[in-house]
Design a protein around this ligand. Structure first.
Ligand code: AGP
Length: 608
């Protein structure tokens, strides 16, 4: 959840660290700090709040080696004393992303050995542990390796020592970390976007790797301490793709990128006359032939994508599908079906609960695994047998938008592949689906054109404290996603219900102050939905209806209609998501919240 960056160069690296932190800020933003070695001393600056505050106070610092951190608090409140880097006796400095589970026992031992703690964090034990080994004669590398053997939990760390201005150490287990290679300079970071201003030549580190970096060279050791060569890659992510451009917020930019993101995700099928299992990996055909059900594991927005897919998979492919919240599944004693395909859905590919759920599924005997993910080389991708990479591009806003719609595209492709293998898709129907998919980017663009109307509508929400979202069938998960978006960035309490469930309880909440937002596709459940909406209106509830063309729901007092294009059949949930994303965005603007970095949240939830 935190972001780390480090650099060793022949020039002043402070601007590189600050720029890197700015780009990692989406990972955590309650405090930030950096430390450099200059004239044999560690010079550290830390501040609560945003990286901008740190930049203001770091103007006079210079150094050619340093490490930096932007924090999402786990142990200890957001404060300057808990902000990283943490130091041990002015000799060792450490930045850390992850959680050290056994830090209390280590801390007690270190305190008994005379170490004084200056923070409430789990990270500080790493600094003191490395110090204890370093002053006992080990090299900085040896001291770091020795300390790491004592840690239980997840980490990506960067380490420097005041008496060693020519060496930077970094290491990872369970948290993402990559190296950047420059000319006469080297770097590390949690995410490639932090390094793009200085290099696109990168090495993704494996779990257990420890790296010694100098200015001209580096050496990677694996978990067994053996020197290893990891592939050097050139990141295809362009520097521009992580820039805000003319948009006001990343969320707005990412909402607008959806036609392009969907088109890119469909690239593997858009020029083809049929859909083949191979798009999910070389072993997909054999694997799909052996499965009899699907188990989807995910969190948050990704979980909602899984819920939509359940309707598709059961109706179109005729395959039984269960969708579970990863944080629950990982601790549940479930009955495993080894013939199920376990599908993990994740934008980041590093969500701790989803990773743990996948490991749990494997430990229960599941062998068929597929990751649908937006980040190549992420943990979930590496840990799954099959993979499908969505092509949304970097998603920076904490609220997930284009990752969700591209996940849906991937899940629809999975549905079609399985339907075909199971003899439930004629060539003719396959062509119809392919046609609709090819048209999807244009259809998405048409929905985006509703933006000015939705911005106007949002004005009516700024004073609301609660909201209810309704959907039915395939669109119930879209109501859930709309509610999540609204609460996440506007802090308005929002709940979503399948509309038929209203009269079983939630109708009691409806009065004139309760806006009820309904997704109204022109599908077979429309008439049922209309009856549910009458129930709301009869209790004085104010209705906001996103209605497909042809639904004949009339605008009248207390009923506001947002006119959507014609019904898009099975792909309708993708289109109906977009106005709800825009609604949340514009309500958040009205309320003046920090849209891209909502309070208490972070982009990648790499802790439990
Ligand atoms: C959505 O807007 C969220 N910020 C959050 O629910 C997110 O979808 C969830 O944390 C899962 O993340 P992942 O897709 O990266 O695994």
């Amino acid at each position: 959840m935190c972001g780390i960056v480090g650099a060793i160069a022949q020039r002043n690296i402070v601007p590189i660290l600050l720029e890197g932190l700015q780009r990692l800020e989406y990972r955590g933003y309650d405090s930030a700090g950096l430390v450099v070695v200059s004239e044999g001393q560690l010079t550290r600056m830390r501040s609560t709040g945003r990286v901008a505050e740190l930049s203001n106070i770091s103007a006079d610092i210079q150094g050619t080696i340093g490490i930096a951190h932007t924090r999402w608090a786990t142990h200890g409140v957001p404060s300057e004393r808990n902000a990283h880097p943490h130091m041990s006796r002015d000799l060792i400095a450490v930045v850390h992303n992850g959680i050290i589970e056994n830090y209390e026992a280590i801390r007690t031992r270190l305190v008994a050995g005379g170490y004084e703690f200056a923070s409430d964090t789990d990270t500080e034990v790493i600094a003191h542990l490395i110090h204890s080994h370093y002053v006992n004669g080990k090299t900085l590398l040896g001291a770091t390796q020795a300390a790491l053997t004592e840690l239980v939990g997840a980490y990506a760390i960067g380490v420097i020592a005041s008496d060693n201005p020519d060496q930077l150490i970094c290491a990872r287990r369970g948290s993402p970390l990559l190296m950047g290679i420059g000319i006469g300079e080297n770097f590390f970071a949690s995410d490639v976007s932090a390094l793009l201003p200085v290099t696109n030549k990168v090495v993704y580190l494996e779990d257990g790797d420890v790296v010694e970096m100098g200015r001209q060279s580096y050496r990677i050791r694996d978990a067994a301490g053996e020197i290893v060569a990891r592939p050097v890659q050139f990141s295809e992510i362009s520097n521009e793709s992580v820039q805000l451009g003319n948009y006001r917020h990343y969320m707005q930019k990412e909402i607008h990128e959806q036609p392009r993101a969907i088109a890119d995700t469909l690239e593997s099928v858009s020029n083809s006359h049929s859909i083949v299992p191979g798009i999910f990996g070389a072993e997909a055909a054999a694997c799909f032939a052996d499965i009899d059900s699907i188990l989807i594991l995910a969190c948050g927005t990704s979980y909602h994508a899984g819920l939509v897919a359940r309707y598709w998979l059961e109706e179109i492919a005729g395959i039984q599908c269960t969708v579970e919240i990863a944080s629950e599944y990982r601790y549940r004693t479930s009955v495993a079906n080894p013939r199920a395909l376990v599908v993990v859905l994740s934008q980041s590919g590093e969500t701790a609960d989803t990773q743990a759920a996948l490991s749990h599924a494997k430990s229960l005997g599941h062998v068929h695994t597929l990751a649908i993910c937006n980040v190549p080389e992420s943990a979930l991708v590496r840990q799954s047998k099959l993979r499908f990479l969505t092509r949304a591009g970097p998603e920076i806003g904490v609220a997930s938008t284009k990752a969700f719609t591209t996940q849906l595209v991937a899940l629809f492709l999975l549905t079609l592949v399985l339907a075909k293998l199971r003899g439930r898709l004629t060539a003719e129907v396959e062509q119809l689906h392919l046609h609709s998919l090819r048209h999807l980017p244009a259809a998405t663009q048409k929905v985006l054109d509703l933006e000015p109307q939705i911005a106007k509508l949002a004005e009516q929400f700024a004073c609301k404290r609660h909201a209810l979202f309704l959907g039915r069938g395939l669109h119930y998960p879209i109501a859930l996603e709309g509610a999540l978006k609204l609460k996440e960035i506007s802090y308005i309490h929002a709940e979503a219900y399948p509309a038929g469930e209203l009269k079983h309880g939630p109708l009691a909440l409806v009065d004139k102050d309760m806006p009820v937002i309904s997704v109204a596709p022109n599908d077979m459940l429309l008439e049922k939905l209309k009856s549910n909406l009458h129930e709301v209106r009869a209790r004085g509830g104010e209705l906001y209806v996103f209605a497909d063309a042809g639904t004949h729901i009339r605008e009248e007092e207390g009923v506001h209609i947002m006119q959507m294009p014609e019904h898009a059949g099975f792909l309708s949930p993708i289109l109906h998501t977009i106005p709800l994303q825009l609604l949340a965005y514009y309500v958040a603007l009205q309320k003046g919240t920090d849209v891209d970095k909502p309070r208490n949240l972070a982009k990648s939830v790499t802790v439990e």
